[in-house]
Design a protein around this ligand. Structure first.
Ligand code: ATP
Ligand code: DNN
Ligand code: MG
Length: 206
């Protein structure tokens, strides 16, 4: 069984959407270690509501912070410190999808960042969303991951196709292309199932 760490080139790029698709494709479990804000409609609620299979299990956040901000700042408002030793991966015999918060260098406290939650044996899925500036954000994210020695890095593009962006990112890096999810008009259980079907093969080969 495998852990998949879903990260992105920033916040709001589609990590939760892609998490739902990967969870559905693999009938995997899901865990968002640090949620900042939107506690009534958290990423865990969203993924749970988008997934149809009955195998996936949804684990509690290690930290559920009140404010939609960078976790280091949200924690300060809640008068707590995020402590990495308290972020313990849930035990499961199933595949596990772990969703970060924001991009890889988002701070959890004065010292640690989201990237410090990733383990060498994880399969990393970087979500890249097309906007002017996304090439730079994508290449910087990949360089930071490679500098830390991570070997299993895959990429999923989220949004309408942008061939020159995708081809330059893929040709300049050695990351594994896992697929693209077009700009979905409707995000619901049915469209998640359709997208899950499309990426399952690549995920199984990754
Ligand atoms: N391919 C897509 N089609 C349609 N909408 C998309 C797509 N990708 C992202 N979005 C939309 O962009 C918004 C942000 O996406 P999402 O919540 O998945 O971001 P995130 O990367 O998980 O952010 P966070 O850092 O808060 O976890 C949502 O409204 C989502 O539905
Ligand atoms: C609140 C938001 N939805 C995410 N959970 C956290 C995003 C932090 C971004 C910090 C930054 O890169 O400036
Ligand atoms: Mg999210």
């Amino acid at each position: 069984m495998q852990n998949y760490f879903i990260t992105g080139i920033g916040t709001d790029v589609g990590k939760t959407l892609i998490s739902a698709i990967v969870v559905e494709a693999l009938q995997a479990d899901y865990w968002k270690p640090v949620q900042a804000g939107d506690l009534q409609n958290s990423d865990t609620h969203k993924v749970k509501n988008l997934v149809s299979n009955t195998t996936s299990h949804f684990f509690e956040n290690a930290y559920a912070l009140q404010t939609p901000m960078s976790p280091h700042a949200a924690a300060e408002i809640d008068d707590i410190q995020v402590d990495l030793s308290q972020i313990i991966r849930p035990k499961t015999t199933n595949n596990l999808v772990i969703e970060g918060a924001g991009g890889i260098l988002v701070p959890l406290n004065e010292k640690d960042c989201i990237i410090d939650l990733i383990q060498q044996k994880d399969k990393i899925i970087l979500v890249s969303r097309h906007y002017l500036g996304s090439i730079n954000h994508t290449l910087l994210s990949i360089e930071a991951l490679q500098n830390r020695g991570f070997k299993h890095i895959g990429i999923i593009f989220s949004g309408d196709e942008h061939p020159t962006t995708e081809s330059i990112i893929l040709s300049k890096t050695k990351v594994t292309y896992l697929g693209r999810v077009s700009e979905l008009k409707n995000i619901n259980k049915k469209t998640i199932l359709i997208e899950a079907e499309k990426v399952r093969g690549n995920l199984n080969e990754f």
